[in-house]
Design a protein around this ligand. Structure first.
Ligand SMILES: [Zn+2]
Length: 189
């Protein structure tokens, strides 16, 4: 004899086993059922109805919580998708900026070589002098200064063309930006 576990699953298995052992499937008929068996059936029906009502109340009780949790999950998912899209757009923007920067570096590198290798004196004419100031810079940019340095060229050029302090500062700022582009600092090791 199989040992069935207690509880509803065990009861169901016992009922199936009982039906299999009876010629009519274990079912009572109006002729064979006893009052006790009938009472037992009614009692079981009431129990099952009570269990079903309890389950229904429980489901009704937890449905709003489940719906809230679902709404929150959907909202979180939408926010994550939005953040992902924004992030990808930023990455693409950065990639494009990097490409533009590389192209600008090539352009200014070329300008610099043109100016440096030209036999032209870039100082006497104001437009020439300004191009040189921005593209190559009049200041000495050596890290170690010695007798081969030329110092004071920017001040001399400014004096020549009437550049004020603000213009000198602007020339240094622009040259620093061009230098940052064409001679990017090696990342610290
Ligand atoms: Zn120097």
């Amino acid at each position: 004899m199989t040992d069935y576990p207690p509880g509803p699953i065990g009861a169901a298995r016992r009922a199936v086993a009982a039906r299999e052992q009876h010629p009519n499937g274990g079912r009572h008929t109006a002729d064979t059922i006893t009052d006790d068996a009938l009472d037992e059936l009614y009692a079981r029906i009431e129990t099952l109805e009570a269990v079903a009502a309890g389950n229904k109340r429980h489901v009704q009780f937890i449905v709003p919580d489940l719906e809230n949790a679902l709404a929150r999950a959907e909202q979180a998912e939408a926010e994550r998708d939005k953040a992902c899209t924004a992030f990808n757009a930023k990455v693409m923007e950065l990639e494009e900026a990097k490409e533009d920067r590389a192209t600008l570096a090539l352009i200014f590198d070329g300008f610099g070589r043109l100016l440096a290798t030209s036999s032209r004196d870039w100082q006497p004419y104001p437009v020439d002098a300004w191009l040189y100031a921005v593209i190559l810079g009049w200041d000495c940019e050596e890290t170690v200064h010695d007798g081969s340095c030329t110092h004071g060229a920017l001040e001399e050029t400014a004096e020549m063309h009437g550049w004020d302090e603000a213009t000198i500062a602007k020339a240094r700022r622009y040259r620093a930006a061009v230098r940052g582009l064409t001679e990017p600092k090696e990342p610290a090791q």
